[in-house]
Design a protein around this ligand. Sequence first.
Ligand code: HEC
Ligand code: HEC
Length: 146
Amino acid sequence: MRSLTLAALFTGASAFLISSAFAAGFFHSVKDPATKKECGACHMVYPPALLPARSWEKIVGDLSNHFGEDASLPDPVRANILAYLTQNAGDSGQTNSWFMRGVRDNVVPPRITEMPFWRGIHGGFSPASFKRPGVKKRGNCLGCHS
Ligand code: HEC
Ligand code: HEC
């Protein structure tokens, strides 16, 4: 059933884009030094293609209230990170737009794990699969993907 859904997602013109997005190392693909350092301090560094620019604007615009933590940064650093994330966002035209499927124009997804593509693939997984040691959180992609 799940492979049927994935097969449906993977057919058509974007098949090439999907495989290139999942080239080895996709989850380690962020090279921008400030983003790697500051946004990798508490969790994995998320590739910018996983969210639209407006979501990065919202997240990086409110770092003092970041999912219950204070992740604030001095302004020049913050502005550089925001520029990197938005320039390479999923709707920037620079990266894989497959992740943007199903996102309505008037919606600002608050996190990757609320993106329609993510829910479409992982929504049927048991809650226990996210609680395993080494995973712990839905947003810990690297717990399951390398
Ligand atoms: C002080 C620690 C800390 C820092 C620094 C930090 N984060 Fe986070 N981040 C968190 C926590 C805590 C969560 C929520 C994890 C959970 O409970 O699911 C989170 C979640 C996220 C999510 C949502 C993941 C999902 O579940 O879909 C994104 C995106 C994100 N952070 C981006 C960033 C970016 C971009 C930066 C750098 C500007 C950053 N974070 C820096 C602590 C931090
Ligand atoms: C609990 C483990 C787990 C976590 C955590 C997880 N995934 Fe997955 N993900 C999977 C599995 C398993 C599949 C393959 C599903 C299948 O083949 O039926 C998958 C498939 C995918 C796919 C489809 C392409 C592929 O490689 O098969 C994408 C894209 C994806 N995940 C992105 C993410 C992102 C982004 C995150 C973090 C925000 C994440 N996943 C977190 C287990 C996980």
